[in-house]
Unconditional design. Structure first.
Length: 402
């Protein structure tokens, strides 16, 4: 049986999982199951691949087994990396993000190399191939790598670096056709492999009545990407009977609360925090009037798939990530990024047509975005992965962007 290591994108366990979500090591291992890694681990295991989740950490090290039979390895970061964690605002600037991703990769490269050898890993699955971290890892590891698009920002790339790094990957999985074409321009071996959802768990329930004039969004509260502030501003263009429910936590939570107060809509905005129980989250999808995700950048957002699978009408930003999924005026409504008034009009249109949109949305997701299809295809890529990085090399013509 082949083994695949799933490397999480977070720079350290203590940053996101402990400081933001509130999980210690034991809580994460035995109770947290709310991001892509756990779904992928289960899906791969069901398709004959043995997965191990890898997470960089300042405080933890070693391999642990969970109560449900998964394995998680904490990769120790160099002690000096703690200094960079004291500069939280550094990443608000493009050059800061670039440098911190590079520093992070350098800080755990030695422990990653040792873990790959000790765990007898066949292929390394690296979340977010547009990052500087990915460029560094692929230059310093002698193992086949699958790079994945999970909604990362490609605006900070240095083309010369991508011309060097992307062709070295065994495969690069993309969420959209536009991403496939962009990866090919840099010489990468791109595969269209969009996210999938459990359509048996996320389903429409006619016994659950829809609440009137309730907008739901589920997002990490990082406003530069998710633009939750646009939804708060959109409330000012809507009748006062409209409410906004925000599921998620993040570094911009306080700023968003302050914005709601400043605009005089604080009583109409509910910050529900992180919902760990998937059944409770599903209930929110089934009960809301409209689901909205006005992001500036995305992969194929899993929360949008979940909402649509529940038969919920959706409003999204008009970005490439949603081109195949959200068909305007068929499965939902798309609006320009960063235009709260247009967003408010999209919400009204979506609410007016929510039954028709919801039925079409459910049908589209059930037909084309089942997680069973996703994991079967990913497992097949891993099964056919070559034994060495040398034999995985692919000859390309000179990439168009290089």
């Amino acid at each position: 049986m082949k083994r695949a290591a799933l490397l999480l994108h977070c720079d350290r366990f203590e940053g996101w999982f402990t400081q933001v979500l509130g999980f210690d090591r034991e809580g994460y291992l035995h109770h947290y199951r709310n991001d892509f890694a756990w779904d992928y681990a289960l899906g791969l295991r069901e398709n004959g691949i043995e997965p191990i989740i890898y997470i960089a950490s300042l405080q933890h090290r070693g391999l642990y087994k969970t109560h449900d039979g998964f394995q998680v390895r904490f990769l120790p970061l160099a002690s000096w990396y703690a200094v960079s964690c004291r500069l939280p605002y550094f990443k608000r600037f493009a050059i800061g993000t670039y440098l911190q991703e590079l520093i992070n990769a350098i800080a755990f490269i030695d422990s990653l190399k040792a873990a790959l050898q000790k765990d007898d890993i066949s292929v390394l699955y690296v979340q977010e191939y547009w990052t500087t971290r990915f460029d560094y890892l692929i230059e310093h590891l002698d193992i086949p790598i699958i790079g994945a698009d999970h909604g990362g920002n490609d605006s900070l790339i240095i083309p010369a670096h991508k011309c060097r790094s992307l062709p070295k990957a065994y495969k690069l999985t993309c969420q959209t056709i536009e991403q496939v074409e962009k990866v090919k321009q840099f010489g990468g071996d791109a595969v269209l492999l969009p996210n999938g959802v459990d359509t048996e768990f996320y389903y429409p329930d006619s016994a659950v009545p829809r609440q009137e004039r309730v907008i739901l969004t589920v997002a990490r509260l990082t406003d530069r990407q998710k633009r939750t502030s646009d939804l708060i501003r959109a409330l000012t263009y809507l009748d006062t009977s409209w409410r906004l429910e925000i599921v998620g936590i993040g570094t911009d939570g306080d700023r968003l609360r302050a914005l709601a107060a400043e605009l005089g809509v604080a009583e109409r905005v509910m910050f529900l925090g992180f919902i760990q129980d998937k059944t409770k989250l599903r209930n929110r999808y089934q009960q809301c009037s409209v689901f909205a995700l006005p992001s500036a950048t995305e992969g194929l957002a899993l929360v949008t798939l979940e909402a649509m699978s529940c038969g919920t009408a959706v409003v999204t930003s008009d970005i490439p990530a949603f081109n195949m999924l959200v068909l305007d005026d068929i499965t939902g409504v798309k609006v320009p990024v960063g235009q709260p008034e247009a967003l408010s009009k999209g919400i009204l249109k979506c609410d007016l047509n929510r039954e028709r949109y919801g039925q079409e949305a459910r049908q589209r997701v059930a037909n084309s975005y089942s997680k069973r299809q996703l994991f079967a295809r990913l497992a097949d890529l891993i099964q056919h992965c070559p034994e060495s990085i040398a034999s995985s090399a692919v000859e390309f013509a000179t990439p168009r962007s290089c």
